[in-house]
Design a protein around this ligand. Structure first.
Ligand code: PAF
Length: 293
């Protein structure tokens, strides 16, 4: 596996893969890898792509400086895991390689048209976050020009925003969304889980448990408003958990729904603070038969 630090080296390496007739799949990451990231690599391998992973803690998408400072970093472990997973190259640039104009300037000058999917939920609670995500993902897609790019469904809204960005920026790539990977406890795998204390690791799986039982309750006739109130109250009843938002939305437009029969694809998206660690998760309530994930 090649470790590439500059855009020039990345472009040259990708060109050699393409010259040899390979399709290239991009797996963008911020490192501190876990089985969720490796499932993206496995998905790309299974489609016959040569995999280029990126490992870059992108400062422009952090709207909270403590969150950026404490974000876990484990570069050597990450390289070893990517190599074992069969990745062809990892692009791990310095901040200056990506933002030579400075992070502040890059953020200031960044105005993607991300539409209504970026205005709700994470967009409301993390101003500027999706502009930063769009900025780094658009740069990576332009450097690599992959056939496909792979993203995990834990960040459900992020996938919708990236799809919109690719449309408006006219970036020709297939965005492949891959199912959430969970620990045995049900907790959605996340790099941030490594920041949880043993006690918090005990309570955090309550998030998935509450979502799962809410699906059953929705089948038994509970209304959207009842589910939102129940899940929020159940999770807020734990000392270490605080729900930031829980919204039940159309799976395509991400706008809130009021009734189960309003639209065929319905997803519940939640963000919960476990102590000071911000965790996100989601669950599907209704899915049209034809929807491909
Ligand atoms: O999902 C992530 O880890 C990040 O938002 C991404 C897509 C790698 C962009 O920095």
């Amino acid at each position: 596996m090649k470790i590439l630090r500059t855009v020039n080296d990345l472009r040259q390496f990708v060109a050699s893969l393409k010259a040899d007739g390979h399709s290239v799949g991009l797996v963008p990451t911020m490192g501190a890898l876990h089985a969720g990231h490796l499932s993206l690599v496995a998905q790309a391998n299974s489609r016959g792509d040569k995999v280029v992973a990126s490992l870059f803690v992108n400062p422009t998408q952090f709207n909270n400086s403590d969150d950026l400072a404490t974000y876990p970093r484990k570069e050597d472990d990450d390289f070893r895991m990517l190599q074992e997973a069969g990745v062809s190259a990892v692009f791990a640039p310095a901040i200056e390689e990506i933002y030579p104009e400075g992070v502040g300037k890059a953020s200031e000058n960044c105005h993607f048209d991300l539409g209504p999917v970026a205005e709700v939920m994470e967009g409301r609670f993390r101003p500027g976050h999706f502009q930063g995500v769009a900025l780094i993902v658009s740069k990576l897609l332009r450097f690599v020009e992959p056939c496909r790019a792979y993203f995990g469904e834990k960040d459900f809204q992020q996938i919708a925003v990236i799809r919109r960005m690719c449309e408006t920026e006219k970036i020709p790539v297939e965005i492949v969304s891959c199912p959430i990977k969970r620990a045995e406890s049900g907790l959605a795998l996340s790099s941030r889980n490594s920041l949880l204390s043993p006690d918090q690791l005990e309570v955090a799986p309550e998030i998935h448990r509450a979502l799962q039982s809410s699906v059953e309750r929705s089948m038994q006739g509970a209304s959207v408003a009842e589910i939102v109130a129940d899940v929020t109250a159940r999770l807020d009843s734990f000392d270490d958990l605080r729900v930031e938002y829980f919204e039940i939305v159309d799976g395509i437009t991400l706008q809130p729904v009021a009734d189960w029969d309003q639209t065929p694809y319905i997803v519940g998206c939640i963000t919960v603070y476990c102590g000071s660690v911000r965790l996100i998760d989601n669950i599907t309530y209704r899915r049209p038969d034809s929807h491909n994930c």
